[in-house]
Design a protein. Structure first.
Length: 285
């Protein structure tokens, strides 16, 4: 349970860091780039990926797709936290689990039971309520959490495809994806430096290091939690998603004083119910 709690804390901490960066006029692309430098270093020293095993037969098209999506969606995550807050962004990110579920239904003809259907309908209603804009919040930009939801949903689908490629350890594939994401991020940073004359600043380096530590910690502890609860993966899946929404809501409302309407709170509550139904449906396939 400790690993699961640590994974939840690390996930919410990333949102907290980007919330704080608003006060320092930071460059999110530099933060994202430095984040991947740290993630790659930690991945190398902790997982010891053997690159000699990597061949041309590896799913490079999937690696490339994820490597491009990660920094791009990460940028929208930053914008969503900035304009919509931690609560709505975390909820949208966790509700992205419905994208791979819908893909399994529409593309792979997976059978749906009543629990999964109820969960999807409830999740859709929850999303509409969560993204509902209080009239006092003129800075709301619903498109940002929507892209976060769709983006992380697509990333989840692609990561599941990588998991099916058993010729390489999952952590080695993760290391390759981080390398590609870093290359894309560095390209953007160099473009900004050369064309827009954006300076590399130490504050972005500091926040990037913190983001990289917590971002990698989220992955590391989540994988360790799955090893501990290997007989009950649904428990880890449910606890992670519910835990992030609950802790994110607590932090957003009580520490950052984010304003939520009654409909927003109802949406968060329905999101928890939706996830519960989705997990419960796994036992009745």
């Amino acid at each position: 349970m400790l690993f699961l709690i640590l994974s939840i804390i690390c996930s919410v901490a990333v949102g907290v860091i980007f919330k704080i960066t608003r006060n320092y006029n930071c460059n999110p692309f530099q933060i994202i780039a430095f984040n991947y430098v740290v993630a790659i270093a930690l991945c190398y020293f902790i997982f010891s990926p053997d690159m000699a095993q990597v061949t041309s037969e590896a799913p490079w098209n999937i690696y490339l797709a994820i490597g491009i999506l990660l920094p791009v969606v990460f940028q929208f995550l930053v914008l969503s936290i900035k304009h919509m807050g931690i609560v709505k962004t975390d909820a949208a990110q966790r509700l992205s689990l419905f994208i791979p579920i819908l893909a399994a239904w529409l593309l792979f003809d997976e059978e749906f039971n009543s629990y999964k259907i109820i969960g999807l309908i409830t999740g859709f209603i929850a999303l509409l309520l969560i993204l509902n804009k209080p009239s006092s919040n003129v800075q709301s930009r619903w498109v940002f959490p929507t892209v976060v939801l769709i983006g992380f949903g697509l990333i989840d689908i692609l990561f599941k495809q990588i998991a099916l490629y058993t010729a390489l350890p999952y952590t080695t594939s993760l290391f390759i994806v981080f390398d590609i994401a870093l290359a894309i991020s560095l390209f953007i940073v160099v473009y900004q430096s050369v064309v827009k004359k954006a300076r590399i600043e130490y504050k972005n380096l500091l926040f990037g290091i913190l983001t990289g530590i917590f971002n990698f910690g989220n992955i590391l502890f989540y994988l360790k939690a799955h090893k501990v609860f290997f007989e009950n993966p649904s428990t880890v899946f449910a606890s992670m998603n519910v835990g992030v929404i609950v802790l994110g809501t607590f932090v957003g409302v009580f520490f950052f004083k984010e304003k939520l309407s009654k409909l927003n709170f109802l949406g968060v509550f329905l999101a928890l119910i939706a996830i519960t139904f989705i997990v419960y449906s796994q036992f009745y396939l």
